[in-house]
Design a protein around this ligand. Sequence first.
Ligand code: FES
Length: 98
Amino acid sequence: MVSEWIRVCRLEEIPQLGARVVKTGGADIAVFRTADDAVFAVEDKCPHKGGPLSQGIVFGHQVTCPLHGWIVGLESGEACAPDQGCTQSCRCAWRATR
Ligand code: FES
């Protein structure tokens, strides 16, 4: 587990109900912004067959994978039942700046 914080962007630079991909040395991380301005980060890799979650449809605190429609929780990275699997989630924080 990586324990360092990485500054990604301003909140406004992530579209509501969208995502921005951060390339790291090990994995691509999808940073999502929900309708209520919550921010979540998970590996941009669906637990089913590796689809790009950043291109999925965000609703509530979940995303629907664009390839086969699995629903993945953005807080935990876990697939919603009846599907099973998990993608890596990351702690995420943002603060307001002027
Ligand atoms: S790769 Fe995501 S649902 Fe199949």
